[in-house]
Design a binder for this molecule. Structure first.
Ligand code: SF4
Length: 466
């Protein structure tokens, strides 16, 4: 089992006054009621997520245009008492259930969750930090994961078998994780094997033809595939370290599901763009010529995050125009031109730490999910912090977790009923843990130490921050 985890982020203090309201839900309701002139991408966001549970699709928000897989989990009907309860009543019921359960339950909240949920979380962080938090609470019988499906799966992989990992709304998937389907990935691997030969054959250079690397934001089935085939998992915090690990062992990397994280990280390491073909799973050879794939250093899966794809170079130009001296920080899931135009790019934890470390009042324009940006703005009133995207458009699936579902699963536990348990089958879990443990063991290289292992990779640049 892994020995260490990234440091945890503890629960943020609540805003000191009403003017520091961190709630995106309140902003959206004000827009819908005509009390705000701001804009939202969909006024349905003001409704309860249960209005969408019976419908196919990711629901209102940034992923509403994405096609959901036919077999995506659906949430059953939430009992009416939770749908009709107001914010104060749900708050009181959640707190009472948590008091009754005590150490038997731990509630985890992702940075992108709505504030009405985050305020009840025992730990707040990114997906990997929260998986570490789950492991740090072996005494808890239940782990309530307020995040999305792949995160609950990862918590299940890293927690004790007796612990129940609960996802309050089963419809909280992730449109990006869904873009790498296990059957498509297996098919891609077979096509690459036909082209490159035996994938386990170590050449004279000590390397195999391809090492598969998956972003944490992928299903357990994909993590299992990677573990079975000599590959590794990465996060947005350690993608560079993981690519270094992979280039030591393979001539090429197959990176999924997020093309942007793969491209931004490899480019910062000096991999030329023309050696990063994209694999479209709907076309033979991913839509590439054989020669392109033979020359490839990184094969990028055709996946993306619809939250981070909303950010544009024009938005950055406008922020610089309207706020001279603004510091622009974006997430590496943003498209490459946006990352290139920003001052810095880094993981959610990097963004949070960068703001925390600023000693002088600073204006920050942030390119990541609006719930986190709004919360940072409330937590750091000495700075001016705003989301680069002027349209309020949260992650559709993170937004499916509402305090009503949290109250329902917690009160279920008080009554002895486990709702919405997420369990990864053993045959998938074993290789998936191998891939995660490789990531935990991977260590960053000293600058310049890559030269021998990754011929063709130039001197590293430092665009993407840990
Ligand atoms: S923000 Fe993007 S990657 Fe994260 S859960 Fe939402 S769609 Fe998935």
């Amino acid at each position: 089992m892994p020995a260490t985890f990234l440091p945890l982020t503890t629960r943020p203090d609540p805003p000191a006054d009403a003017s520091a309201d961190a709630s995106v839900e309140h902003v959206i309701r004000a827009i819908v009621d005509g009390r705000s002139t701001a804009e939202t991408c969909n006024t349905d966001l003001a409704a309860g997520p249960w209005d969408f549970d019976a419908r196919t699709g990711y629901g209102p928000g940034s992923s509403m245009g994405d096609v959901i897989p036919a077999g995506a989990p659906r949430q059953g009907e939430l009992p009416v008492e939770y749908r009709e309860a107001g914010e104060d009543e749900l708050d009181a019921r959640i707190m009472a259930a948590k008091r009754t359960l005590g150490d038997r339950v731990v509630v985890l909240g992702h940075f992108y969750q709505r504030d009405e949920v985050v305020r009840h979380a025992d730990h707040v962080g990114d997906s990997f930090q929260l998986a570490g938090a789950a492991r740090s609470r072996p005494e808890a019988e239940s782990i309530v994961f307020c995040g999305v499906h792949f995160m609950a799966e990862t918590a299940d992989l890293l927690s004790r078998p007796e612990q129940a990992v609960i996802l309050p709304n089963l419809a909280a998937g992730c449109s990006m994780a869904d873009m790498a389907d296990i059957d498509q990935v297996e098919d891609c691997w077979e096509q690459l094997e036909d082209l490159y030969g035996d994938m386990d054959a170590v050449g004279d250079d000590g390397r195999v033809p391809v090492v598969p690397v998956t972003y944490m934001n992928s299903s357990a089935a994909i993590k299992g595939f990677v573990g079975r085939n000599g590959g590794i998992v990465c996060t947005s915090s350690n993608a560079r370290t993981v690519l270094e690990w992979a280039f030591e062992r393979g001539r090429r990397v197959l990176f999924f599901p997020d093309q942007h994280l793969g491209r931004n990280t490899a480019k910062a390491m000096g991999v030329p763009l023309d050696q990063m073909p994209m694999w479209n799973p709907r076309s033979p050879l991913g839509g590439n010529a054989e020669d392109e794939l033979r020359d490839a250093r990184v094969i990028l899966w055709h996946g993306f995050c619809s939250v981070h794809r909303r950010f544009t170079v024009d938005q950055i130009a406008r922020a610089r125009d309207e706020h001279p001296g603004v510091r622009v920080i974006v997430h590496p899931e943003c498209p490459m031109p946006v990352v290139d135009a920003a001052d810095e790019s880094g993981s959610t934890d990097y963004i949070r730490r960068a703001i925390d470390a600023a000693t002088e009042p600073t204006t920050f324009a942030i390119g990541t999910e609006v719930n986190l940006v709004q919360r940072l703005a409330a937590q750091y009133p000495q700075h001016t912090i705003f989301c680069l995207d002027p349209v309020v458009c949260p992650c559709s699936t993170m937004y499916r977790i509402h305090p009503g579902y949290l109250a329902w699963v917690l009160e279920g536990l008080v009554a002895g009923t486990v709702h919405n348990r997420i369990t990864v089958p053993d045959d998938v879990a074993a290789p998936a843990r191998v891939a995660l443990e490789r990531m935990l063991a991977a260590k960053p290289h000293a600058p310049g130490a890559l030269a021998g292992a990754a011929a063709g990779v130039d001197a590293p640049r430092t665009t993407v921050r840990p």
